[in-house]
Design a protein around this ligand. Structure first.
Ligand SMILES: Nc1nc2c(ncn2[C@@H]2O[C@H](COP(=O)(O)OP(=O)(O)OP(=O)(O)O)[C@@H](O)[C@H]2O)c(=O)[nH]1
Length: 395
C-alpha cells in the first residue's frame, strides 16, 4: 500500500514539473529575439519593416521608440547588461594634443622653411629652395609665389638677426596664408523647427564614413542629440561600419536596403531627425568619382530631396590629403554640384603635403573645418590655424 501511495505522489510531481516547463517554452517563444531588440538601427518602414511593426530603433537610445517589452513576471529571464556607451573626449585642443601626428608635414613645411630662413645669408639659391619646398608640400603655385614675395619683403625690410626672428616672421606669414578670419565652425545647431543637417561627400576611400563616425562622437561630447543616415547604399560594409560607430556612443543609424535609393535613405534620416527633434543629422554618402556625371547628378538629387524636409546646414567635402593636387580637381567638381561649405582633410598624419590645406581653401574659397590625424576614434580635430602653424614650427 505504501508503495502505491509513493508511486502516485511521484507521478503527480513529475506531471506538474512537465507542465511548468512547457508553459515557459511557449512564453519564451512569444518574446522577440534579443538581436532584434538591440539592432541599433532605424530601418525605413516601407523598405524593410512591415507597416505594422514600424521602425526598429536601438535599445541604447534612451529617447527612441520601440523600446523592448518588459519580460513577463513569471519568467526568470535575466536581461543582458545594457552595453556601456563610450564617452567621447571633447574635441577642443585636439590639434595641440595630436601635433606629433603632423611629423611629416612638420619637417617638410615648417621646420625646413625655418632652417632656410635662419641661414646667415639668404641668397637667390635659398629663395629657390624655399619655393621648391613649398611646392613639394602642395601649397600650390599661386600661394607659394605670394608667400615667397611677402617673406622676401620682410627679410629685406626687417632683416633676420636671429632664429627667433625668422620663426616669428615665418609664423605670421604662414598664418596669413592659412587665414585666421574664416568661419571654421561646423554648423550643427538645430533651429526652432529643424535639426541641423550635415551632408558628407567625397570620392571613394577618402574617409567619409570614418569622418561621419568621428564627427558624431565630437557632437555627442557636446551633448548633442545625433542621428546618422547611411545613404552609402552602394557599399554594404559602409552601412554596418556607420552603425557600429553610432552604437558605440548611443547614436541611432537610419538605413535602407543594399543598393537602394540613397536619396530615400537621406530623406528618411532627416525625417526621423525632424520627428525626434534631434539636434543634428549626419548623412554619409557613397564615394563617387568626380568624373562620373551620373553619380554626381545623384548627389545633387540627394541634397534636393533632403531639402524637402529641412535645409542642409553644412556640406562637408572629405579630401584625402595624401592625394595632393588631385584633391583640388575633386574639390572643384564637387563644389559645382553641391555647394560645399567646409572641407575635411583626412590622413594629414600620413603625408608631407600639409600645404594642401592652403591650396584647397584658395581653390574653393571654402575653409578647412576639420582635419583627420589618424585612424583612432577621436583623431578628428577642429582645424585651428594658430595651433596648426605652431605645430608645424614646433621644435
Ligand atoms: N591614417 C589615417 N587614416 C584615415 C583617416 N581617416 C580615415 N582613414 C582611413 O581611411 C580608410 C577609408 O575610410 P572610409 O571612412 O571607409 O572611407 P570612405 O570615404 O567612406 O570610403 P567609400 O565609402 O568606399 O568611398 C579607412 O581605413 C580609415 O581608417 C585619417 O585621418 N588618418
Amino acid at each position: 500500500m505504501e508503495y502505491v501511495v509513493a508511486a502516485i505522489v511521484i507521478a503527480v510531481i513529475a506531471l506538474g514539473a512537465a507542465g511548468t516547463f512547457l508553459i515557459t517554452r511557449v512564453r519564451r517563444r512569444e518574446l522577440p529575439p534579443q538581436a532584434d531588440r538591440g539592432a541599433g538601427t532605424i530601418s525605413p518602414p516601407a523598405e524593410k519593416e512591415s507597416e505594422a511593426e514600424g521602425p526598429v530603433t536601438t535599445a541604447e537610445r534612451p529617447t527612441g521608440t520601440g523600446a523592448p517589452a518588459p519580460p513577463t513576471e513569471e519568467l526568470d529571464l535575466v536581461e543582458p547588461p545594457t552595453p556601456t556607451l563610450e564617452r567621447p573626449a571633447p574635441a577642443e585642443g585636439r590639434l595641440v594634443r595630436l601635433r606629433s601626428r603632423l611629423a611629416r608635414s612638420q619637417s617638410a613645411l615648417g621646420k625646413g622653411l625655418l632652417a632656410m630662413l635662419s641661414r646667415d645669408r639668404i641668397d637667390e639659391d635659398t629663395w629657390e629652395e624655399i619655393e621648391d619646398s613649398l611646392l613639394s608640400a602642395d601649397v600650390g603655385v599661386g600661394p607659394t609665389q605670394e608667400l615667397v614675395e611677402r617673406l622676401r619683403t620682410r627679410v629685406r625690410v626687417e632683416g633676420v638677426a636671429s632664429p627667433e626672428q625668422a620663426r616669428e616672421i615665418l609664423r605670421s606669414e604662414l598664418l596669413h596664408l592659412v587665414g585666421t578670419d574664416l568661419d571654421r565652425s561646423v554648423h550643427a545647431d538645430r533651429t526652432a523647427t529643424n535639426p541641423a543637417v550635415v551632408l558628407v561627400v567625397g570620392v571613394n576611400g577618402t574617409g567619409k564614413t570614418t569622418t561621419c563616425g568621428k564627427l558624431a562622437r565630437v557632437l555627442v561630447a557636446e551633448d548633442k542629440d545625433v542621428i546618422l543616415g547611411a545613404a552609402d547604399t552602394f557599399r554594404a560594409a559602409a552601412v554596418a561600419q556607420l552603425a557600429t560607430w553610432g552604437e558605440r556612443v548611443g547614436v541611432p543609424t537610419v538605413r535602407g536596403p543594399e543598393g537602394g535609393d540613397p536619396a530615400s535613405v537621406a530623406f528618411d534620416a532627416v525625417k526621423a531627425g525632424v520627428e525626434q527633434e534631434s539636434d543634428v543629422v549626419i548623412v554619409d554618402t557613397a564615394g563617387r568619382l568626380h568624373t562620373k556625371t551620373g553619380l554626381m547628378d545623384e548627389l545633387g538629387k540627394v541634397k534636393r530631396v533632403i531639402e524637402k524636409q529641412a535645409p542642409v546646414s553644412e556640406v562637408l567635402l572629405v579630401i584625402d590629403a595624401t592625394t595632393g593636387q588631385n584633391g583640388l580637381t575633386q574639390a572643384r567638381v564637387f563644389a559645382e554640384v553641391v555647394d560645399v561649405t567646409g572641407i575635411v582633410l583626412t590622413k594629414l598624419d600620413s603625408t608631407a603635403k600639409g600645404g594642401i590645406i592652403i591650396a584647397v581653401q584658395r581653390e574653393l574659397g571654402v575653409p578647412v573645418k576639420l582635419v583627420g590625424l589618424g585612424e583612432g576614434a577621436d583623431d578628428l580635430a577642429p582645424f585651428a590655424p594658430e595651433e596648426f602653424v605652431d605645430a608645424l614650427l614646433a621644435d
